[in-house]
Design a protein around this ligand. Structure first.
Ligand code: ADP
Ligand code: 5GP
Length: 184
């Protein structure tokens, strides 16, 4: 089975995906390739495969990606076919942490094998506050992410489920229920 998590940046998607990965042994995160630089404690092969734009373009030509997007101007992210094979060979369900457009595409590709979950912030203001408090992005980057968030919110109805991440403990419980239903 495939679990897709998409959300405007700062909604709490990473927090929730991390929670699931820590509490369930039957799921594994699909590690994407990206051309952006590592942030903070991020390590190559753990959060992402950090590669150069040249290598990324080469992999596109080789049809090595299940899907890829230029999520932010000049920054590419993509899911390698080899990554899905690796996880399926290990007998695990695949977790996608991808942007909204990518999430919709992957849902179309996998149909009923996939559950697409949209994590929504309670409001754009709450999103601004979370991104500011997280302290990992410059004010310009935060504005860029907020502008994108407003557009992404409009695609939420294309997902199988929308979870509004207001109180974190409540969202975690809702997520547990969602996975129990889908994965058993
Ligand atoms: P995303 O992966 O969607 O960009 P993060 O998981 O990094 O978002 O969350 C953004 C920030 O908001 C983090 O600092 C995180 O600790 C915080 N956060 C996550 N969920 C909540 C919540 N329900 N209420 C308040 N803050 C939250
Ligand atoms: P960040 O730079 O904050 O790690 O990620 C930015 C956005 O890119 C997030 O919404 C994340 O889910 C998305 N993303 C990460 N990997 C992929 C991928 O392989 N494909 C797509 N379409 N988006 C991705």
């Amino acid at each position: 089975m495939i679990l897709i998590f998409s959300a405007p940046s700062g909604s709490g998607k990473s927090t929730l995906v991390q929670y699931l990965l820590e509490t369930r042994q039957d799921i594994e995160l699909s590690i994407s390739a990206t051309t952006r630089a590592p942030r903070g404690q991020e390590q190559d092969g753990r959060e992402y495969y950090f590669i150069t734009p040249e290598r990324f373009e080469q992999l596109i030509k080789e049809d090595a990606f299940v899907e890829w997007q230029q999520v932010y101007k000049g920054t590419y992210y993509g899911t390698l076919r080899s990554e899905i094979e690796r996880i399926e060979n290990a007998g695990h369900h695949v977790v996608f942490d991808i942007d909204v457009k990518g999430g919709i595409n992957v849902k179309r590709m996998f149909g009923d094998r996939a559950r697409a979950i949209f994590i929504s912030p309670p409001s754009i203001e709450a999103l601004r506050e979370r991104l500011t408090k997280r302290g990992t992005d410059s004010p310009e980057k935060i504005e860029e992410r907020l502008a994108k968030a407003e557009i992404e919110m409009a695609d939420a109805p294309l997902f199988d489920t929308i979870l509004v991440n207001d109180d974190l403990a409540t969202t975690k419980k809702e997520l547990d229920k969602e996975l129990a239903t889908f994965l058993g």
